[in-house]
Design a protein around this ligand. Structure first.
Ligand code: TIU
Length: 220
């Protein structure tokens, strides 16, 4: 077992049964001109975590542990996108509209791609998900079972939306979860702070939380 100092107690995981899930580090959320900015958000906040996420991915690759990437997006005919999701809010561009990086949140469009700094490499699983949670309507559960994974480490955006939803889905399915707090970000700093705190509250009701340095030192 490898033990990481974490909140609210040390997070122990068996190497060989752990995977990293990097949530939605795609151009639509992290680059200007995408869905995130169309919702009125400042994407520079999210861009600040890119070097930390890259370091976390490099650690997993070095150890030979699986790295799984997710992308939120929809089929070209939007048949997997609930009308309520399209209607929600008053974005300058809605899901399916043509934007500077292609159709907003549509699979295969340039904006749906993972940012080049964190691009998946040969052999890494990429999960295309229509929802906030990466387990809903995807192969993720079956993939993790096939790989014999019991412990999941999380990074990506946004902390209170897709990261938290996926961690809760994972927690309900029995996975032991760790959130790397400096490898996740929100457009709203107070939402990130509240999410990090509620995940670890009540004896890690959703999972443990630690900075990347704690994991790196434990793995060395
Ligand atoms: N990936 C993800 O979190 N999807 C969102 O729509 N997040 C927002 O914060 N809007």
């Amino acid at each position: 077992m490898i033990t990481v100092p974490a909140d609210p107690f040390p997070y122990a995981f068996p190497p060989g049964k752990v995977a990293l899930i990097v949530i939605d580090m795609q151009r639509d959320f992290v680059e200007p001109g995408g869905f995130g900015e169309s919702l009125g958000n400042d994407v520079s906040l999210l861009r600040a975590i890119i070097p930390t996420v890259a370091e976390l991915i490099a650690l997993f690759r070095r150890e030979g542990w699986p790295v799984i990437h997710t992308r939120e997006g929809h089929l070209a005919d939007l048949s997997d996108c609930p009308p309520s999701k399209i209607r929600r809010g008053k974005p300058s561009l809605r899901i399916g509209d043509a934007g500077p990086m292609g159709r907003i949140m549509v699979r295969g469009e340039p904006g749906n791609a993972i940012i080049p700094e964190l691009a998946p490499i040969e052999g890494e699983i990429v999960i295309d998900k229509p929802g906030k949670g990466a387990f809903y309507a995807t192969s993720l559960g079956a993939d993790l079972e096939r790989l014999g994974i019991t412990h999941l480490v999380f990074a990506g955006v946004t902390t209170e939306v897709c990261v938290q939803t996926t961690m809760r889905e994972a927690n309900d399915r029995g996975y032991d979860c760790l959130l790397i707090e400096d490898a996740t970000e929100s457009y709203f700093p107070s939402y990130k702070a509240a999410t990090v705190s509620m995940i670890a509250a009540q004896g890690a009701i959703v999972g443990c939380v630690a900075p990347l340095a704690a994991l790196s030192t434990a793995v060395e």
